[in-house]
Design a protein around this ligand. Structure first.
Ligand code: B12
Length: 535
């Protein structure tokens, strides 16, 4: 095939596999992506990848898919009601992680029930998969899909359309009278290249451009792999992906990136994989293909420190030249003892050495920390704070995310420990879980003094990295805000030096202003959008 690169040739064959299964129209399906409770346009309102991947498969199978994303519309319930009245779908699918996103899902389900009480409501995603019983028990749930839903949802839709028995669909839970029935587990999709590239025509793409934190360049988001082989005690992967790591081929990854760059003229891509670097050979091949394709994009990607620690200077340089200029590294804690306890299987020494190395490159490395792990003492939280400043001071290209307050999410080892060892009580209903919001959970394994202290650290750590604060000040108040920042920063460094954290009246004020500022920012964007829609 003249003029077609090897890359495209291989994928042309692949694409053939993705052509529509049937010519005819099998009906409509509505997929819902509720608000997550921390949605800010341009910052983290990224593509609803779950609904996009599912929608693409359903579209291929002959269904007309409508994705309703509550984050991007001010008239969500009306839009949903109007769509239901316009045409009865085969099913309504709701995507949810644990926490506030469930609340939006329940609100949507209530609209469905009100308008069409017999219409099947299908819940899927991380939370329904990790807590299937309490999800399925909920009156606003008819069926749960466990794990990745691409194949299951198509089979389920066909089954509901034909009236066949649900028992024949693997990987679901459904109600039979008062009983909850679960079918056998569906095997995971081995070769992710068999999953079609997302059909972006299913979305109003203009809403999903976020900004690369280090450069503010417009970016879109992709995933190139699923799962992670490690067993960090705070992570969902153990249960959700069985510690398996599955991935797209290097050719497919670069072709997907190229497609986004060509079609949407983006300058950056956020790779949202849990463990992108899981297969070093694939990573190197991706770099070679990116360089060959000369895509010149900024790639933002999470990364484990031990991967970087094992790389040669040449490979770090190749990563940078290929576009991997923004790395997000979960360090988790500055306490060696806690680090061991949570089975992160990395060391602070590795972080120090890599940070030194990256200080000589232009890679922007952003470190993530949590505080409030079981048994964590104040001194250990202070070790975390000190380590954050050590990293910032020894690398001008380093950044730190605000210290997240550790929250025991379902399906994780620490969740089981919190329950069994500390007698922590967790919600046992879907509604109960909708109020399970990170950082607002009463962890019994911490003293109230420690909880107060960690909450302060969570707030003040927003000011540790100047560049990160500056990013939120791109408006006419910038000079004033940055002057206030510099003053507050000096005041904070003194408090940290003197280890004096009493009487911090500004803490609740900062929380309040931040919440209002982000909400105003988001609402302003929403109203701008609805005006554009109306025009
Ligand atoms: C992107 C992302 C976000 C974005 C979400 C918005 C967005 N889309 O941009 C933002 C930044 C808002 C976010 C925030 C947080 N996140 Co987050 N996030 C992710 C991430 C990295 C990718 C999600 C994704 O798109 N995956 C790709 C798609 C294809 O996979 P999927 O969503 O699992 O969908 C598949 C299946 O689940 C299923 N499915 C999903 N929905 C549905 C619906 C139906 C009907 C069906 C049938 C099937 C189905 O089929 C899909 C295709 O196979 C995941 C980790 C991961 N790799 O998944 C963490 C993850 C979801 N986040 C997590 C957490 C803990 C958080 C935070 C608390 C972190 C923090 N401290 O800030 C906050 C909490 C937000 C809140 N309010 O509660 C946890 C959730 C754990 C849990 N029990 O819910 C995850 C799993 C990370 C982890 N390692 O534990 N996050």
């Amino acid at each position: 095939m003249n003029g077609v690169t090897l890359l495209e040739e291989g994928l042309q064959i692949q694409t053939l596999l993705w052509t529509r299964r049937v010519a005819s129209d099998l009906g409509k399906i509505i997929l819902i992506y509720p608000v997550t409770g921390m949605d800010v346009f341009g910052i983290n309102v990224g593509l609803p990848l779950s609904c996009l991947y599912l929608g693409t498969m359903l579209d291929q199978a002959g269904y007309r898919v409508e994705i309703l994303d509550e984050r991007i519309t001010a008239t969500f319930e009306q839009d949903l009601a109007a769509s239901l009245r316009r045409e009865r779908p085969v099913l309504v699918g709701i995507s949810s992680i644990t926490g506030m996103q469930i609340r939006g899902g329940l609100k949507a389900a209530a609209v469905v029930r009100r308008i069409d009480p017999t219409l099947p409501i299908v819940w899927g995603g991380v939370h329904p998969t990790l807590c299937p019983d309490s999800t399925l028990k909920d009156p606003f749930c008819d069926i749960v899909v466990l794990g990745e839903g691409e194949i299951t949802l198509v089979e389920l839709a066909d089954c509901l359309r034909s009236g066949a028995a649900l028992a024949g669909v693997k990987g679901i839970g459904y109600k039979q009278g008062q009983q909850l029935k679960f079918t056998s587990r569906r095997a995971m999709i081995e070769d992710l290249d068999t999953i079609p590239r997302p059909n972006y025509d299913l979305l109003e793409m203009e809403h999903y451009f976020t900004r690369a934190p280090s450069t503010d360049q417009p970016q879109l988001q992709i995933v190139t792999s699923r799962g992670c082989p490690f067993d960090c005690e705070f992570c969902y992967n153990l249960k959700f992906n069985d510690r398996r790591f599955r991935y797209n081929s290097a050719e497919r990854v670069v072709s997907d990136i190229r497609y986004l760059a060509d079609r949407y003229k983006i300058e950056a891509v956020f790779i949202e994989d849990d463990y992108f670097f899981g297969h070093p050979g694939r990573v190197e091949k991706i770099c070679d293909l990116l360089l060959q394709e000369n895509l010149d994009l900024l790639l933002q990607v999470p990364c484990r420190i031990d991967y970087l620690y094992r790389q040669s200077d040449e490979m770090i340089d190749k990563l940078y030249r290929a576009g991997f200029k923004e790395l997000w590294v979960g360090v988790e804690t500055g306490s060696p003892e806690r680090l061991k306890e949570i089975l992160k299987r990395t060391t602070l020494e590795q972080v120090r050495e890599v940070n030194q190395l990256l200080a000589e490159s232009n890679v922007y490395v952003k470190y993530g920390f949590m505080a409030g792990f079981p048994k964590e003492e104040r001194a250990e939280t202070l070790q975390t704070v000190d380590f954050m400043f050590e990293l910032l001071n020894s690398n001008p290209n380093a950044g730190v995310a605000p210290v997240a307050i550790y929250t025991p999410y379902p399906g994780t080892t620490l969740y089981d420990k919190a329950k069994l060892v500390y007698g922590m009580e967790f919600p046992d209903t879907l509604e109960g879980w909708s109020y399970f919001h990170f950082g607002e959970i009463n962890n019994p394994f911490l003293s109230s003094r420690q909880k107060k202290f960690i909450s302060k650290v969570n707030v003040i750590s927003r000011f540790f990295e100047r560049r990160a604060f500056e990013r939120f000040c791109n408006n006419r108040f910038k000079p004033v805000l940055m002057t206030l920042y510099s003053l507050y920063y000096r005041y904070l460094r003194l408090r940290l030096k003197w280890r004096f954290f009493q009487f911090m009246p500004e803490i609740p004020l900062i929380r309040f202003f931040e919440k209002v500022y982000l909400q105003l920012f988001h609402q302003a964007q929403l109203s701008k959008l609805s005006k554009i829609k109306e025009s």
